[in-house]
Ligand binder design. Structure first.
Ligand SMILES: [Zn+2]
Length: 416
């Protein structure tokens, strides 16, 4: 389905409260912000100048609601969720957390699940309903499923491209070196349309950091693709891999195109080691994704931001074989990240919000983002006096606009 925006359509959204507290009128022309003026000051002359080419503008009074850019879902798995399907009780690992065992549970669950396109659609509509209009999804590639997941999710992306922008990561869920044929499948997945190469615990899973990263960065270079690696390894083992990834990123000039997802190790190393890692990540242009996971160490958001690292957020798994949590709401994720980070002050709550908006846009390399002239009019209006209150209260009474048109209200996507 292609973009339907009529270039001559204009809507004036009056009385929008922006994050800086200003009350403004937003003019949207052809799906993009074309003017932002103090409330009540949008000059009629502007309308007249373009009147000959514009269908009579539509006026929408936002009544002083908080208006923020659409949320950024920076890490999700569209192929493996059971959201909207039958409930799958969580199966614990038999002897402590084990990725291989979890992958086996996942294979068993997926064999009995509803069709992938239907499950992906459920999850996607949940995210759009809550205000995310850009998303990065990892999609499993391995010897057992081949490219089936990639093909299914590519079709879903095409189907929803008028509603949400989706980046896909070819994700080697069963490792690369320990799963023969996966490197070739990742290559194929990139040819088919995946935007990034994924990775998985080069040390703990594949037992070969250099070999794993050679494949990942080699494919990224070959295809001009970005990199987004799942790294669960903790402590110094995790830190070592973060440093290796940063070194390669710098050497290859890939600043701004590489992400380490989870990077749990950054959450359980001494402060001086964290300082060093933060400086290295910032200099290399490697971003860190966190979902502030359960009872687990996670990257210190404030310290990394202070060091100049782009830290952004994602839901990660939603009701899948890894855990039963997840609601597809990045505002609620900002709340969780703030809560787990011990953020109380307004500037800290604003930082938690930045993690799910502007920092996410930066990490995903979005060309134009925000409530600025020229950007796509993708935004969310909600009853909150300001961003800190929104992060704490997580109001569900939201209206989500895609290219200036309502696509969701109160957490539910409208019928297309
Ligand atoms: Zn993940």
């Amino acid at each position: 389905m292609r973009e339907q925006t009529n270039l001559s359509e204009q809507t004036i959204f009056s009385n929008a409260k922006l994050a800086d507290g200003s009350l403004v009128d937003l003019t949207v022309t052809g799906g993009r912000f074309s003017a932002i003026a103090p409330a009540g000051k949008t000059p009629p002359a502007d309308f007249a100048a373009v009147a000959s080419t514009i269908i009579a503008p539509v006026f929408v009074d936002l009544g002083g609601q908080l208006v923020v850019p659409a949320l950024v879902e920076g890490h999700i798995h569209l192929d493996t969720s059971f959201y909207g399907d039958a409930w799958r009780p969580h199966i614990p690992c038999t002897n402590g957390f084990d990725v291989r065992e979890r992958v086996a549970f996942q294979a068993r669950n997926l064999a009995a699940a509803a069709p992938m396109a239907e499950r992906a659609k459920n999850q996607l509509e949940l995210c759009v309903g809550n205000g995310s209009l850009t998303m990065r999804s990892h999609v499993m590639v391995d010897g057992s499923v081949g490219l089936k997941h990639v093909e299914a999710i590519l079709a879903v992306r095409e189907n929803y491209r008028d509603l949400i922008d989706i980046q896909l990561v070819a994700f080697p869920q069963s490792g690369i070196l320990s799963s023969p044929g996966t490197a070739e499948l990742l290559d194929e997945a990139l040819k088919l349309g995946c935007d990034l190469v994924g990775g998985l615990d080069p040390a703990n899973f594949d037992r070969d950091v250099k070999g794993h990263l050679d494949v990942v960065f080699g494919l990224a270079q070959k295809h001009g693709a970005g990199v987004d690696i799942h790294l669960h390894d903790g402590g110094t083992l995790g830190l070592f891999q973060v440093e290796e990834i940063a070194t390669r990123t710098k050497a290859l000039g890939m600043a701004g195109h590489v992400v380490v997802s989870h990077a749990y190790g950054l959450g359980d190393i001494p402060a001086d080691a964290l300082d060093k890692a933060g400086a290295m990540l910032a200099a290399a242009g490697v971003a860190i994704m966190t979902n502030a996971p359960g009872n687990h160490a996670f990257p210190p958001v404030a310290a990394l931001r202070q060091a100049g690292v782009t830290v952004f957020g994602g839901s990660d798994n939603i009701r899948d074989s890894w855990w039963p949590y997840g609601d597809g709401d990045m505002l609620s994720r900002a709340n969780m990240i703030g809560y787990r980070s011990g953020f109380y002050e307004d500037h800290e709550l604003e930082a938690a919000f930045d993690v799910v908006t502007h920092a996410g846009a930066k990490a995903l390399g979005l060309a134009s983002y925000g409530i600025v002239v020229g950007a796509s009019a993708d935004f969310v209006a909600m009853p909150a006096q300001h961003v800190p209150e929104a992060v704490v209260a997580v109001p569900k009474e939201r209206t989500v606009y895609r290219r200036g048109k309502v696509v969701a209200r109160n957490g539910t996507m409208l019928a297309r």
